[in-house]
Design a protein around this ligand. Structure first.
Ligand code: SF4
Length: 314
């Protein structure tokens, strides 16, 4: 159990903290992810002093300001929520990711209703007050809504980013130096290549001259661009490209029949006939049988624990 610290809306862990005294238990979080993540539950509305049960609240726009107001009434809970946010956010700096409850005026990440001063729905592209503050304070942190984790591609993408971000924060905690930055890039370069070849090339150039600027500046740009690139979905074509690249390192050591099978399965994956786990397992077997040092350090082959089964569905 790696125990990567990840924040989560408390109601998703089955805690009865919703305004009506209910919860929104996510079995995927408590039965699967909890084996790998050390969940740190937060209910911003409880932290703001709103009890259970409590009146439902929603967001209203007053000029440039967004306020948390009771849906049936005018009581304004914005100052209490802001005080809770100011108190909570500094304590969350060590989190490697955050899973939010959808549709909440506090925790919702997207498509939250914004109401007029009088309480009529004005638009539906808002963000919960706590979620907005969290994402502003920690722009590199992978954040996702629990409902979106039902999409295999979004789920795989989020979890991959959590593990990369965890690796980055560990590197920072150990003390970032040139060698550590290059080693980090080496571990993740094929993941980056799969997500965005353009960023892969740009960051390769950035790291080619580590004396061009102070290391902290280079590292800041590097991790910003890397984490942004990793939010992009990987197409089957990109995975095929990277797997063929890896195969190039292994090819000479493989018997002809194994090489042919690998090429066939990479192409079958590209056509959507088999999931990613099939050619990836063959690549890992080939690497295990005849190890290539350069590939041994690549997180692309195992970006997260296999038992999560994420590559069975993409
Ligand atoms: S969505 Fe957020 S504020 Fe609402 S009950 Fe869940 S944790 Fe609390």
């Amino acid at each position: 159990m790696s125990g990567i610290p990840v924040g989560i809306s408390a109601c998703l862990l089955g805690k009865e903290v919703r305004h009506d005294g209910g919860h929104k238990h996510s079995r995927f979080c408590t039965k699967v992810l909890s084996h790998h993540f050390d969940f740190q539950p937060v209910c911003p509305e409880l932290e703001a002093g709103l009890g259970v049960p409590r009146p439902a609240i929603h967001i209203r726009r007053f000029g440039d300001d967004l306020k948390l107001i009771e849906s049936k009434g005018d009581t304004d809970h914005t100052p209490a929520m802001q005080a809770a946010i100011d108190r909570l956010l500094p304590e969350l700096s060590q989190l490697r990711g955050y899973i939010l409850m959808a549709k909440s005026p506090s925790c919702g990440m997207e498509r939250i209703k914004i109401h007029s001063e009088q309480g009529q729905v004005q638009d539906r592209d808002g963000r919960g007050l706590f979620a907005a503050a969290l994402m502003k304070r920690y722009p590199l942190m992978p954040v996702e809504e629990e409902g979106r984790l039902n999409d295999p591609l979004l789920r795989e993408n989020f979890i991959e980013r959590v593990f990369v971000y965890d690796d980055w924060l560990r590197l920072e905690a150990e003390g970032l130096d040139r060698q550590g930055l290059i080693a980090f890039h080496t571990r993740h370069k094929f993941q980056l290549m799969a997500h965005c070849e353009k960023t892969y090339r740009e960051l390769g150039r950035l790291l080619a001259d580590l004396k061009a600027a102070p290391l902290s500046q280079i590292a800041e740009r590097y991790i910003q661009d890397l984490m942004a690139a990793m939010t992009k979905r990987i197409s089957r074509g990109s995975h095929m490209n990277v797997m063929q690249h890896l195969l190039g390192y292994l090819s000479e050591r493989l018997p002809q029949a194994d090489r042919t099978t690998l090429v066939e399965q990479i192409e079958a994956y590209h056509r959507g006939e088999v999931p990613l786990v099939v050619p990836m397992t063959l690549l890992k077997m080939a690497q295990r049988r005849e190890p290539v040092d350069y590939l041994a350090v690549q997180d692309y082959l195992t970006p997260y624990p296999d038992e999560l089964g994420l590559r069975n569905s993409v």
